[in-house]
Each structure stands twice: as C-alpha cells, then as structure tokens.
Design a binder for this molecule. Structure first.
Ligand code: SF4
Length: 220
C-alpha cells in the first residue's frame, strides 16, 4: 500500500478532506490543473490552444472558464529556458518510502543529475510554502535527489530548494498518517476558515464529528 504525494498535501489541508478524497475519489478541477497543462505545453514549444485541447480531453469543455482564468494569470519566465527539461509528469513509486507520485518536470543539472521541478500558483514573499516544500521533498525522495525547483505559474517566480532532514521526516510522518487512513482510520474534522472553500463541506457538515475511533473497510 502506497501513499500518493497529493494525499500528503490533502492531509496537510485537512485530514478529513484527505479521507474523503481517498474514499470517494472525486477530482476537483482547479486553475492548477490548467496551469500545469499550459506550463508543459510552453516548455514543449506548443501553444496555448494545444494546452486547452489537453486540458479539455481530461476535464471536459464545461471547465473552459477555469482554463481561461488560469491562462490570463499564467506567466512564462524566460529564465526557465536555462533549465534542461528531460521529462514531464513522470510517474514514480518507492516501496522503501511507501510513496508514489507524478513529478511535474524533471530537469537535468550541469553535473548530469536529475532533479524535480514542482509547479505552484503564487509565491510567498520569501522562501517556499510549507505544502510545496513537502511536495518537493517527496519528489526528491522519489527521484533520489537532494534538491529541486519550484516554479510559481502566476507570478513567474522560480526558486531553488534544498531538501532538509526535517522535511524528509515530515514527509515520512505524513505517509504514516495517510496509510493509517487507507487502513480504515477516519480522522477528526478540523474546523477552520478552510472549510468555507472546501469541496466536501456539505458532506462533512452532515456527518458526525466525533467518530475518530471508528474504522471502515480498507481504501485501495
Ligand atoms: S469541511 Fe472542513 S473539516 Fe470538513 S473536510 Fe472540509 S476542510 Fe475538513
């Protein structure tokens, strides 16, 4: 049984949301999905029309507005042309770390090693958002690298990341928690302002809040 990198970031958002995503397997289309298709198309010297065809082949015509909003905000920073991309959306898994995921882009460095590049939307003032550090650390672990990049699609900000021991431990702790959910544990709700924009809000409100000790059949 493996945890996906996206499960880890779902768990960080809210453990109960991670449970719902695993249980009901519902995909929510976001501007990030569109930004990823636009980014990859640009890096492959394809145009936005191509990115839209790719986007709608998976998410359907009904999400055109999401794509258009993302395309309006998307910034391609020419500094990216200095990075030699060798692969996109590379699926990797590691039995050692009980982890699997799709790396947005793999870049070859001057010393000929391969490092991950993760995509995000807007950059914090300094450094890298915690959720993005977790994602990048998980990518680094999958690719057996110790560094990577994060590219912020809506402000064109490219930042370098050096994996630390603490982040690696954080990833392993999150893997444990996600696998616990996959094994039947139902985490408690975590009410805060995030609930207002949560896709599962309606379902969550209807369900009892204190059944943390209940178990249900394993999620595959
Ligand atoms: S509504 Fe709130 S507590 Fe419920 S899953 Fe969403 S974020 Fe979590």
């Amino acid at each position: 049984m493996l945890a996906r990198v996206s499960d880890l970031t779902n768990y960080l958002y809210c453990p109960r949301l991670c449970y719902y995503r695993l249980r009901f397997n519902e995909d929510v289309v976001t501007e990030m999905h569109a930004a990823r298709d636009i980014y990859i198309s640009r890096r492959m010297n394809m145009d936005e029309g191509w990115a839209f065809e790719k986007f709608k082949s998976y998410f359907g015509d009904e999400n055109e507005e999401i794509f258009n909003k993302s395309a309006e905000k998307f910034i391609y920073n020419p500094i990216l042309d200095n990075l030699k991309a060798v692969e996109w959306e590379l699926l990797l898994k590691s039995e050692k770390y009980r982890l699997k995921g799709s790396i947005d882009e793999v870049v070859r460095t001057e010393s000929n090693s391969k490092i991950p590049l993760a995509l995000s939307l807007s950059a914090p003032e300094k450094e890298i958002w915690f959720k993005d550090r977790i994602r990048l650390t998980a990518y680094c672990m999958l690719l057996e690298s110790s560094e990577g990049y994060i590219y912020h699609c809506f402000d064109g900000e490219l930042r370098k990341y050096q994996m630390g021991r603490k982040e690696k431990r954080d990833v392993l702790r999150l893997v444990e928690r996600v696998l616990k959910i996959k094994n039947g544990f139902i985490p408690e709700k975590k009410y805060d302002k995030k609930c207002n924009s949560c896709f599962f809000k309606k379902r969550c409100l209807k369900e009892p809040s204190t059944f943390a000790s209940k178990f249900f059949k394993k999620i595959r």
